[in-house]
Ligand binder design. Structure first.
Ligand code: GLU
Length: 300
């Protein structure tokens, strides 16, 4: 693949404003794309209305701009993509690659992957609620990660026929992310380590849909003092856009990158130009990091 063919993306879910953890994902995907002469796109993953926070999308867009993280092309919203997801589901049901399932994850886990005798596993919806699962018994659990090298994950018992449309009718993240990465012609997916276990599913689904493989890279998570991922659920403070240069410097350090010289630290554009020119994948740490939010320091 030539460097100019690189197309990366940041794909936040609007469940709340950005925090330092999501900024570091945005920054890593931005720097990796720009350092390879690539495009960097934005997708708002607003698939799950009950989990979304009113106004979060606007705050995310404003925060990215305030930090100088300007994306290429028009942002894609998953709420506009329902017809595309439905077409793929219909085709997968039609080809027998997907089926209606009335089992819970727990049922499958207890049966070590076997569906309950009552599970219809049919192309047509049963009476009552059902999820739609992809037949994925032979999902390969190995892939080459940009930052972690060869990754081999334990095969999850009972979770290999994975859900592509949920029982409540919402389209599953695994389905939407693959269809939309293809729609945006993404070649490189750089995201947090919390999504590592989703990658084999996405590799599998891409192949099943006849899509070319993409590169995946997972960056370490920022953890709070209790060892939990910084997230809205864990009360990570929203980014203060007035401190954008400091926030970028903090995330650069968390990504193991060299700090820009003091004279370049006062403006986002200068920090980013320097960081693009000096981006080194090999410096991105493998371990998650505890961050002391507020004191802007990281513990390794
Ligand atoms: N929307 C997902 C999140 O905010 C990220 C999806 C991805 O990068 O594949 O956690």
């Amino acid at each position: 693949m030539t460097a100019s063919a690189y197309r990366g993306r940041f794909a936040p879910s609007p469940t709340g404003p950005l925090h330092l953890g999501s900024l570091s994902t945005a920054l890593a995907s931005f720097l990796d794309a720009r350092a390879h002469g690539g495009a960097w796109l934005l997708r708002i993953e607003d698939l799950d209305p009950p989990r979304e926070q009113p106004g979060a999308t606007g705050r995310i867009l404003a925060s990215l701009r305030a930090h100088g993280l300007h994306w290429d092309e028009t942002e894609l919203f998953q709420h506009d993509r329902m017809a595309a997801y439905e077409r793929v589901i219909a085709a997968l049901l039609n080809s027998g690659d997907a089926f209606h399932c009335t089992c819970s994850r727990q049922d499958l886990h207890l049966g070590q992957g076997a569906h309950l005798p009552a599970c219809p596993r049919s192309r047509t919806p049963p009476v009552g609620e059902s999820a739609i699962r992809l037949r994925a018994r032979d999902t390969p659990y190995r892939f080459a990660d940009i930052f972690l090298g060869e990754v081999e994950l334990p095969c999850p018992t009972g979770a290999d026929d994975f859900v592509i449309r949920r029982r409540d009718g919402l389209y599953a993240y695994q389905l939407a992310v693959v269809i939309d990465d293809a729609e945006q012609q993404i070649t490189h997916v750089v995201r947090g380590r919390d999504l590592l276990e989703s990658t084999p599913h996405q590799v599998f689904l891409r192949a099943r849909l006849g899509l070319a493989p993409v590169y995946y890279g997972h960056i370490p998570l920022l953890l709070n003092a209790q060892g939990q991922k910084l997230s809205k659920q864990n009360h990570a403070p929203a980014l203060d856009d007035m401190r954008a240069p400091q926030n970028l410097l903090f995330c650069l350090e968390a990504l193991g990158q060299l700090p820009p010289p003091p004279a370049l630290r006062d403006a986002c554009a200068r920090i980013l130009d320097w960081a693009i020119a000096h981006w080194q994948r090999a410096l991105v740490p493998v371990q998650d990091r505890v961050v002391l939010v507020g004191s802007a320091s990281t513990e390794h």
